[in-house]
Design a protein around this ligand. Structure first.
Ligand SMILES: NC(=O)c1ccc[n+]([C@@H]2O[C@H](COP(=O)([O-])OP(=O)(O)OC[C@H]3O[C@@H](n4cnc5c(N)ncnc54)[C@H](O)[C@@H]3O)[C@@H](O)[C@H]2O)c1
Length: 333
């Protein structure tokens, strides 16, 4: 039995506790939060799980194998460092840290201590993203042209980071997983209207081979939208994560250019074939991810969403911040 201490029982913490409690081979040994109200909620939901407001109790417990860090971004580095120094594996929320130097230090520390870091890039464990990854890898879509994602709703406002650090890690980690290529440059624009942090932002990421990604993140949208378009040379797809069924639709559509002898003879032919919706696995992503974390610890495997993967996302976020400050300057990653 791998025993987990969970730090943070705010919005996301209850999902982490429920999933680590609900899988075979793991048990939540303690929930720690600074807030007594959070601890009261934890006890109500899980009467048999001990709670504490004392971090040191979790860090020094010889009973605990791993610590899940589900606290605000600015606390991740200190908490993860303390966990690793005390010999605990780390499951940490996205984004891994507030800057790349912190992430590099954690990676080095975990390596030295022979411990795992897994970053909760939850979407990589969804049935939809796994299916889309298959379409990319088996060539169904052909060469990728673009990734265009809208991830907007009203709130939830974070107080320690802007909307890019809150919502864009999802799309950045999905792109990182799908294309397995380092981006070349990032451009970000945005504006803050309420609490000093950008609450509306638009990111463009340039990848090799003319692949471009655009991500629209917004805490001030009247409606929730979670729609991604992925365009390829052979096929295109639409992923609407809010659909209960038919989340992913693949379109046999495209454009072909045939050039005649003179420029004015350029011919454009449009292909408008069938649309189909593949079957998508319906298991809760966090459950799959929690099981994977336990498997990585037990069998000494390196998670693919490890600290290094987390660092790649933090580097893109840092580049986005620099671009945002300079009203859309092109920043090399
Ligand atoms: N993977 C996802 O899809 C997803 C979704 C939402 C949030 N998150 C991530 O989860 C993390 C937490 O977000 P949230 O929305 O739950 O925040 P939140 O503010 O709702 O909750 C954070 C909790 O941590 C507690 N806390 C703060 N510092 C602490 C410390 N040093 N020790 C113990 N407890 C402490 C707070 O009292 C609070 O209860 C963030 O990193 C966020 O990016 C991930």
């Amino acid at each position: 039995m791998i025993k987990i201490g969970v730090l943070g029982y705010g919005y996301w913490g209850p999902r982490i506790v429920r999933n680590f409690q609900g899988i075979e081979g793991s048990q939540v040994a303690v929930v720690c939060d600074k807030s007594s109200e959070a601890l009261r909620r934890a006890t109500q939901a899980h009467p048999h799980v001990p709670v504490t407001s004392e971090l040191s109790e979790v860090l020094t417990s010889t009973d605990i194998d791993a610590i899940a860090i589900v606290t605000p971004v600015w606390t991740h580095y200190e908490l993860a460092k303390a966990a690793l120094e005390n010999g605990k594996h780390v499951f940490v929320e996205k984004p891994l840290t507030s800057n790349a130097a912190q992430a590099e230090e954690l990676i080095e520390l975990a390596e030295r201590k022979g411990l795992k870091i897994m970053v909760d890039h939850t979407f990589l464990f969804t049935g939809a993203v796994k299916r889309i990854k298959q379409f990319v890898d088996d060539g169904t879509l052909g060469q990728l042209y673009y990734y265009d994602s809208t991830r907007v709703n009203l709130g939830l406002f974070q107080h320690d980071c802007n909307v890019i650090w809150d919502l864009a890690p999802h799309d950045l980690s999905i792109m990182d997983y799908l294309v397995m290529a380092e981006p070349e440059a990032v451009v970000a624009t945005g504006a803050n209207h309420l609490n000093g942090h950008a609450d509306v932002a638009f990111l463009t990421i340039y990848y090799p081979n003319n692949l471009i990604a655009h991500i629209n993140v917004n805490w001030l949208s009247p409606v929730k939208v979670r729609t991604t378009l992925l365009g390829g040379e052979k096929k295109m797809l639409v992923w609407n994560d809010l659909e209960a069924d038919e989340k992913v639709k693949v379109y046999d559509r495209g454009v072909q250019m045939m050039t005649g002898e003179a420029v004015y003879q350029q011919l454009v032919s449009y292909r408008t074939g069938d649309m189909w919706s593949p079957n998508i696995e319906q298991i809760e992503a966090l459950k799959v991810e929690a099981s994977y974390f336990i498997d990585c610890i037990r069998n000494n495997k390196r998670p693919f969403n490890d600290g290094v993967a987390g660092l790649r996302i933090v580097r893109m976020l840092e580049a986005a911040d620099e671009s945002l400050k300079n009203r859309g300057k092109v920043v090399k990653v």
